[in-house]
Design a binder for this molecule. Structure first.
Ligand SMILES: NC(=O)c1ccc[n+]([C@@H]2O[C@H](COP(=O)([O-])OP(=O)(O)OC[C@H]3O[C@@H](n4cnc5c(N)ncnc54)[C@H](O)[C@@H]3O)[C@@H](O)[C@H]2O)c1
Length: 307
């Protein structure tokens, strides 16, 4: 054990399978006591199960410390109780990794409103609820001691949220919202010393296995650390462990793509061209040329933008 996270208590939501399972194993390896939360639900959010127990068992067999939790991250009361339980049973909660997720993919004309609501509920409301519960605790602690706290929140976005993906209007909207949540929460928690970042992970999980042609999922404990497989969903987990560690106290409000052996620092929505009308209102009749030439720079070639 490296001790990078010795003495820390971490909650990883949806850590029964896939990417979250990799995070839970990684955080435990570095000395954190991990709350392995998982509702044990299907890929599209139906049913419940006790898969979290399996992960706790693996961590304990490897000499680490973990407890399981089967709460639904979209349920306010359960999430508040889960955070209370961390404090009453483990004495603290230093790290929250919001990873739980489901998909209900369909082109928008075939998508039901329940497919939209449930995906938003797990990803957005789920990440917001855990964040609110722990932020209240950290703020209380900071007020009592008059000092900064040790606090790390790591959210999970995705390429679909950052660039869009056909058939995932619900999921992309949720994953983009998580970036907004990350940036705003980072501002709100800065004064008490907590950091909030997001990762964009990947790997062959049961979620990505739904994409056409994808092979069977890989569970992180099926691979030894010496056996490199670019599709191993736990390859981004060292980045999560580092963001959760004292070494990353200066990093907040950032989005990091942690995919395979690659780490990319992403920046979105920076202006790529700009025009100003010198203190006057624009005239829509005159905007065609200005937009084509000065803003998009495409008029000459007649290129379509996007899609
Ligand atoms: N797999 C990829 O390539 C990929 C790419 C980008 C982002 N992501 C994101 O990574 C995260 C993990 O995805 P994965 O691929 O490992 O999927 P997965 O299906 O293997 O794991 C998701 C886990 O979340 C749990 N879960 C679902 N709803 C829950 C709820 N309400 N409360 C608690 N737990 C719940 C599930 O039971 C499951 O164990 C998700 O947020 C996903 O959007 C995945």
């Amino acid at each position: 054990m490296s001790g990078l996270l010795d003495g820390k208590v971490a909650l990883v939501t949806g850590s029964g399978h896939g990417i979250g399972r990799g995070h839970a194993l990684e955080l435990a390896k570095h000395g954190a006591t991990v709350i392995v939360n998982d509702l044990g639900t299907s890929l599209d959010g139906q049913g419940t199960g006790k898969v979290a127990d399996e992960v706790v068992q693996i961590i304990e067999d490897r000499g680490g410390k973990a407890i399981s939790d089967f709460s639904d991250v979209g349920d306010e009361e359960s999430v508040d109780l889960l955070v209370e339980r961390a404090y009453s049973q483990l004495g603290r909660l230093d790290i929250v990794v919001n990873n739980a997720g489901i998909v209900r993919d369909r082109a928008i004309w075939n998508m039901g409103v329940d497919d939209f609501d449930l995906v938003m509920r797990v990803h957005v409301r789920g990440s917001w609820l855990t964040s609110r519960a722990v932020a209240r605790k950290w703020r209380e602690e900071s007020k009592e001691t008059g000092d900064k706290v040790y606090g790390r929140i790591i959210n999970t976005t995705s390429g679909a949220g950052l660039q869009g993906h056909f058939g995932q209007t619900n999921y992309s909207a949720a994953k983009a919202a998580i970036v907004g949540l990350t940036q705003t929460l980072s501002l709100e928690l800065a004064s008490i010393g907590a950091t909030v970042n997001a990762i964009s992970p990947g790997g062959r999980t049961r979620m990505s296995a739904t994409m056409a042609g994808a092979a069977a999922p890989i569970e992180p404990d099926e691979r030894s650390e010496d056996e490199f497989d670019p599709k191993d969903p736990s390859l981004g987990s060292p980045v999560v462990a580092w963001l959760a560690s004292p070494e990353a106290g200066h990093v907040s409000g950032q989005v990091i793509k942690a995919l395979g052996e690659n780490i990319q620092w992403l920046k979105g929505w920076t202006p790529i061209s700009a025009v100003s009308n010198g203190g006057k209102r624009w005239d829509a009749n005159k905007l065609g040329t200005i937009m084509g030439v000065d803003v998009f720079g495409t008029r000459a070639s007649g290129l379509r933008l996007g899609g």
